[in-house]
Write a protein of this length. Structure first.
Length: 432
């Protein structure tokens, strides 16, 4: 029996080691110079035959080759005929919170209950997730880790995707609280014999009033000096003093209008709409109040039969033309898996009206601005973090986005994953 136990322990250890993520990169030791590449800065500009120099994780020079200086002590990367991009950012993601849907112990994206502003997704983030490491070969290097469920789901945080633990991964801790706005309509419960079509949600006004009452109570609690311990209410303090953002998950037009009015009535300084499928109907309101949008996954079908078949594909173009700040997210079925397709969602917006640099901003600088990390990330500018990658071709095209190198805060990270290993394995099998 003792021998059997030893064998089982050894087998478990082997499985664990075999499934562990790539070892996170160490700090940058030498100055790096990338020469000759086409640089897409993320600000809308493109630099041909460029030079990028970074040291100790910070960009020192981004510009023309003939104006920068290279010396023999630098680690020089020849990137001629290749492209350099800022690291892509995926907002509103459950990366690292779920590993296997069918295994409850690996599913930690939601908490029981309705009102959970005090729940912190960051401490549940699994840096050794196999899913997380598959993001990096497509250039997705940063993510906003976001909880799900309830009326108020909890607090998100922004992480970089090459770390030993959640403390190392954190870039912006507890950046905002996520709230699910009540839907104006509901679907009939077909299993109860009801019509499965859409119908007016008769509980809508009551649900909105519940939200108002909850926020008012939280505001009163935080205004008192000795009001006792109430973790959910105290977790909302950042919403009222402007240190945190309220992310409102809402899709329908009435919900969008009511959510904006609610936020203004509560005097909330920072709000972002998430999903916002019908935001194109209220662009004037969003522009007037300077409210950005994290647009739902665009590779979906229209919600209604009388909508244009390509409406989801051109939503970004409509909002950008209206002057709304837009970034892309990938929520929906298998969202954490589909997060790696983020650059290709941006590429679709090019086919439907945006130019390539506008589309790039949807997953770089715009996302960084919305998440409040644009002082360090989202674009290639002197003084910012050296979080970038080199691709053989257009990073928004799945046919040509082949990464050669990637860096997070100047650290050269591994681009290997379980999937790249399988690709190499079976490429050799069928080579002949």
């Amino acid at each position: 029996m003792r021998t059997l136990k030893i064998h089982i322990i050894a087998l478990l250890a082997f499985c664990f080691l075999g499934s562990a993520q790539q070892t996170p990169a160490s700090k940058q030791q030498k100055t790096v110079a990338i020469v000759g590449a086409t640089v897409h800065t993320g600000t809308g500009s493109v630099l041909e035959n460029s030079l990028i120099i970074f040291d100790q994780g910070t960009l020192q020079y981004v510009g023309a080759m003939d104006q920068g200086k290279i010396n023999s002590e630098m680690d020089v990367i020849n990137a001629r005929k290749q492209h350099v991009y800022p690291g892509f950012i995926i907002p509103n993601s459950t990366l690292g919170l779920i590993e296997i849907d069918a295994v409850r112990a690996s599913d930690d994206d939601s908490e029981i209950g309705t009102w959970n502003p005090h729940i912190r997704s960051l401490i549940a983030y699994n840096t050794e997730s196999k899913v997380v490491e598959t993001m990096r070969p497509n250039g997705v290097l940063l993510a906003q880790i976001t909880p799900r469920g309830g009326r108020i789901s909890g607090t998100s945080s922004v992480v970089q995707l090459d770390a030993w633990n959640w403390e190392d991964a954190a870039i912006k801790v507890d950046d905002g609280i996520h709230m699910n706005w009540p839907s104006s309509f509901s679907r009939g419960r077909w299993w109860m014999g009801e019509d499965p079509g859409l119908k007016i949600n008769t509980k809508y006004n009551g649900q909105v009033q519940e939200l108002s009452t909850y926020f008012n109570n939280a505001k009163v609690h935080n205004a008192k000096e000795n009001s006792g311990l109430n973790l959910p209410f105290e977790a909302m303090k950042g919403l009222f003093n402007g240190n945190q953002t309220l992310y409102i998950h809402v899709d329908d037009e009435k919900g969008i209008v009511d959510a904006v009015a609610f936020a203004k009535a509560q005097n909330l300084k920072k709000i972002v709409l998430v999903g916002a499928y019908e935001a194109y109907k209220q662009t004037a309101v969003l522009k007037e109040h300077d409210i950005p949008v994290l647009l739902r996954r665009i590779h979906t079908r229209p919600n209604k039969s009388d909508e244009d078949y390509d409406l989801p594909f051109k939503l970004a173009k409509i909002l950008v033309d209206a002057g709304v700040t837009v970034a892309l997210e990938a929520s929906g079925d298998m969202e954490r898996m589909n997060s790696r397709n983020l650059p290709f969602y941006a590429g679709t917006t090019v086919a439907y009206g945006l130019n390539r640099e506008q589309a790039l901003q949807l997953i770089t600088l715009n996302a960084a601005k919305i998440l409040g990390i644009d002082a360090q990330y989202g674009s290639l500018e002197v003084g910012k973090s050296a979080t970038l990658f080199i691709s053989e071709g257009d990073a928004l095209d799945m046919r040509t986005n082949q990464l050669k190198h990637a860096f997070i805060d100047g650290r050269k990270i591994s681009l290997e994953s379980h999937q790249t290993k399988l690709w190499k394995r079976y490429s050799n099998k069928y080579k002949n």
